[in-house]
Design a protein around this ligand. Structure first.
Ligand code: SF4
Ligand code: SF4
Length: 461
C-alpha cells in the first residue's frame, strides 16, 4: 500500500536502475545525444531558413524540448533534465580532461573562488528576466536563438576554466534556476537512505570523490540533502558512496517546500518572477491585445522600452508588492508572531505549485497546437528542401485544440488546490492552532484564486 509519508525507494523496486546510474557511460551518453541536437539547433539557427516554424532550432528548442521539460520532466522527475543537459558538457569535460572514466588528480581549472555574494539565485533571476524581456524575439528568430544557445555554452566553458565544478549550473544558468525551483514540487528525489550512515562515515567520499567518481560537482553534501533545488542528478554520489547509501525516492510531491530552514529571499523572488512571467507571456501571446504583442515584438524602440519597463515593474515590484500586502493581512488576521518579511519569504513558497501549473497550462496552449511542425523540421532541419525521413511535407495539424481550454482549467485548478494545501502547511508552521493557520490561509488563498481567475480570463476569453 502507498503510504504518502514514507518514500518509495525506486532504486530498490527497480533493481536495473542502480547499475545503470552507477555506470560511468550513462551520463556522458545522454549528454552526447543532447549535445548533437543542440549543435544542430545552433547550425540551423545560423544557416537555416529564417521562418521559425520551418527551422529545427526554433521548433525543437522552443516547442519539443520546452514541452518535454515543462509538461513531463520537471513535474515528474524534478531536475532529471540537468543530468542530460549539453550546456555544461564541454566545460566539464575540459575540467576533467576526459569524458567517461574518472581521471586522476584534481579538476583542471584556475580555481578562482566564486564570490560569496553570488552564491544564491539572484544572477539566475536577473538572467531569466533579461531573456524574458526579449522572449518574443528569441522565440521567433532562429538566428537569435542560435546566438543565445552559443552564448550559454561559451559562458559554461569560460566559467569551467576559471572555477571548479558546475558553477555555471548552480549559480548562473537562467534555465537551471527555474528548474531548481519547480523541481521541489516533483515526487522524484535523490536522497540518502540512512542519514546516520553519513554521520558515521568519516571520509565523505561523495564530497571528496574517489576512484569511482568525482566529488559532488554541484558543491553539495548529499548526506544532508532535503530538497531537490540544487541537486543536478549527475549521479556521481551514487558512484562514489562506498556504503551504497544514495537512493532515488518517490515521495509525496511538494514535501521540499516544507523545509523551513532553507527558505530564502532569492528563491522567493524566483517564485514571483516565474509566476509573473507566465502571466505576462499569456497576456502578450494569448491575450486579445494586438498592440501589446507589437510592443513586445519591438515594433518601435520606444514601445519596446515601455513594454520592458512595465514587464520589470510587474515582476520585481507589482506582484511581490501585492503579495507582501497579502502576507501582512494574513499575519494580522492570524495574529502570527514572525516578522512580516519572514512570512513574506515563507509564504512565497506556496506560489511554487501554482506557478508550475501556470507554465504547464500556458505550454499546453502552444505545444499541442504547434507540435506537428516537428515532423516537417525533423526531415528538413534547415528548411533547404531536404526530406530525410519522408515527413518534410507533413501539414500543420493542431492537436486537441478543442480540449486545450479544459486541460488548462484542470491544471490550474490542481495547481490552486496544491498551493492552498502547501499554504496551509506553511501557515501551520507559524501558528499555534489549526484555526490560526486557517485565518492566515484565507488571504493567501484569495490571492491565488485571483491569479487563477486572471489566467482563465486570458485562456478562455
Ligand atoms: S559517501 Fe555515502 S555514506 Fe558517506 S557521507 Fe556521502 S552519502 Fe553518506
Ligand atoms: S548530490 Fe549527487 S546527484 Fe546531486 S549533484 Fe551532487 S553528486 Fe550529483
Amino acid at each position: 500500500m502507498f503510504n504518502l509519508n514514507r518514500p518509495i525507494e525506486l532504486t530498490e523496486r527497480l533493481p536495473i536502475l542502480k547499475p545503470i546510474l552507477k555506470s560511468r557511460l550513462f551520463q556522458p551518453a545522454l549528454m552526447m545525444i543532447t549535445l548533437a541536437g543542440f549543435t544542430l539547433a545552433i547550425l540551423t539557427g545560423l544557416l537555416g531558413t529564417p521562418a521559425g516554424n520551418r527551422n529545427f532550432g526554433i521548433v525543437f528548442v522552443w516547442i519539443v524540448w520546452w514541452g518535454l521539460l515543462i509538461l513531463v520532466l520537471i513535474p515528474f522527475t524534478g531536475r532529471a533534465w540537468c543530468a542530460a543537459c549539453p550546456i555544461p558538457a564541454p566545460g566539464e569535460w575540459l575540467q576533467r580532461r576526459g569524458i567517461i572514466n574518472r581521471t586522476r588528480g584534481r579538476l583542471s581549472s584556475m580555481r578562482w573562488r566564486w564570490p560569496r555574494r553570488f552564491r544564491n539565485m539572484w544572477l539566475q533571476n536577473f538572467g531569466f528576466l533579461s531573456m524574458a524581456i526579449f522572449s518574443t524575439i528569441i522565440l521567433t528568430r532562429p538566428a537569435v536563438t542560435a546566438w543565445v544557445l552559443l552564448g550559454f555554452i561559451l559562458i559554461g566553458i569560460v566559467l569551467s576554466i576559471l572555477y571548479e565544478n558546475r558553477v555555471f549550473c548552480r549559480y548562473v544558468c537562467p534555465v537551471g534556476g527555474f528548474i531548481g525551483l519547480y523541481s521541489m514540487v516533483s515526487p522524484m528525489a535523490l536522497r540518502v537512505r540512512d542519514p546516520q550512515v553519513c554521520v558515521d562515515h568519516k571520509t565523505k567520499d561523495c564530497v571528496t570523490g574517489n576512484a569511482n567518481g568525482y566529488g559532488c560537482p554541484w558543491m553539495l553534501y548529499p548526506g544532508k540533502l532535503e530538497r531537490n533545488a540544487y541537486c543536478g542528478m549527475c549521479m556521481e554520489c551514487i558512484k562514489t558512496c562506498p556504503h551504497d547509501n544514495i537512493v532515488i525516492n518517490l515521495s509525496a510531491p511538494g514535501g521540499d517546500l516544507l523545509v523551513a530552514k532553507e527558505r530564502k529571499l532569492d528563491e522567493a523572488y524566483k517564485a514571483f518572477i516565474m509566476l509573473a512571467c507566465a502571466l505576462m507571456y499569456s497576456a502578450v501571446l494569448l491575450g486579445p491585445w494586438g498592440w501589446l504583442k507589437g510592443w513586445a515584438n519591438m515594433n518601435t524602440l520606444p514601445h519596446w522600452l515601455l513594454y520592458a519597463a512595465g514587464f520589470l515593474l510587474v515582476n520585481l515590484v507589482g506582484l511581490p508588492g501585492l503579495f507582501y500586502l497579502t502576507t501582512a493581512v494574513a499575519r494580522r488576521l492570524a495574529g502570527q508572531q514572525a516578522p512580516t518579511k519572514r512570512l513574506f519569504i515563507d509564504y512565497a513558497y506556496t506560489l511554487i505549485p501554482l506557478g508550475l501549473a501556470a507554465w504547464v497550462a500556458f505550454s499546453f496552449g502552444f505545444v499541442l497546437i504547434n507540435g506537428s511542425y516537428a515532423l516537417a523540421t525533423a526531415s528538413d532541419p534547415f528548411g533547404w528542401g531536404w526530406n530525410l525521413f519522408g515527413t518534410a511535407d507533413a501539414p500543420w495539424t493542431p492537436l486537441g485544440s478543442g480540449w486545450v481550454p479544459f486541460l488548462q482549467t484542470g491544471v490550474l485548478t490542481i495547481g490552486l488546490l496544491f498551493s492552498t494545501n502547501i499554504g496551509y502547511k506553511i501557515a501551520r508552521q507559524h501558528s499555534q492552532t489549526h484555526q490560526q493557520a486557517m485565518r492566515a490561509l484565507l488571504p493567501l488563498a484569495g490571492f491565488m484564486l485571483l491569479i487563477v481567475l486572471i489566467f482563465l480570463r486570458l485562456y478562455l476569453g
